[in-house]
Design a protein around this ligand. Sequence first.
Ligand SMILES: Cc1cc2nc3c(=O)[nH]c(=O)nc-3n(C[C@H](O)[C@H](O)[C@H](O)COP(=O)(O)O)c2cc1C
Length: 285
Amino acid sequence: MLKIIPGEVSVPDFHQYLLGTVSPRPICFASTISNDGIANLAPYSFFNAFSSNPPTVVFSSNRRVAGNTTKDTLHNVEANGEVVINAVSYKIVQQMALSSVNYPADVSEFDKVGLTPIASEMIAPPRVKESPVQMECRVNRIISLGETPGAGNLIVCDVLCMHVEESILDVEGKIDPHKIDLMGRMGRAFYCRASGDAISKIHRPVTVIGIGVDQLPDSIRLSTVLTGNDLAQLAAVPNLPSQEEVQASLKELGASIPDDPQAKHQLAQSLIAEDNVVGAFAVLL
Ligand SMILES: Cc1cc2nc3c(=O)[nH]c(=O)nc-3n(C[C@H](O)[C@H](O)[C@H](O)COP(=O)(O)O)c2cc1C
């Protein structure tokens, strides 16, 4: 394995190893306002939600590596402690990317990228109309991680209010990932679009205590066909299926079970892929 020690590679190189690994990251499209009333818009992907109650999100405005300067967003939140965090969906991704350009502080990125500022209800910075979710936030504290080039300034935000566009909701009123169609930032110039085939479901209720990989019979656990993902799906059952369940499942499958262990494990693997874990056990046991 390649071993990378911070300080032994350049800051930009380390930055890219970090970003390529901590990835994909959600994008905080931050709108702030200067004390001169200039609205500012910039993307920040060192960003996440850290608490639901109190509702807290955090993003980091880092010191530029070239020149060790700080950014307009940081200056604005230091001045008045208010920010709107707008979600970035595919339909505005290019406008978001353009807003990251170093426009001077007296230029509003809203004008430069052609997005529409609309008034917030609780704070002064405007929201991005075209964004499917906008969170009005008050800055709780700013934590400086140092004065060196690349150092972060964690902007800890209390969420005061969320505005959610109805068209991104499903029939149960929950946010539908395909409809919100969010973008994630990866390393270098890579992004990913979090909808369509990029999305999969894993149902794993934390209250159902699976038997664990260590409790699978050796003939399964040491398989040269089944992958770690396959074994984990088998190991998630609370109990090994009973003889009756195995027999019922075999009857339902109707297929003859191959004698060859490789072929048997391949059949089980295809059943796991179809979410038929009992059927896979029936074949394997
Ligand atoms: C998708 C994306 C994510 C970014 N994430 C960050 C980040 O997490 N922290 C940071 O300091 N800069 C980040 N940047 C760069 C800033 O957006 C850029 O420096 C911008 O000019 C800052 O604008 P401001 O001076 O108006 O705040 C990101 C850029 C893009 C395109």
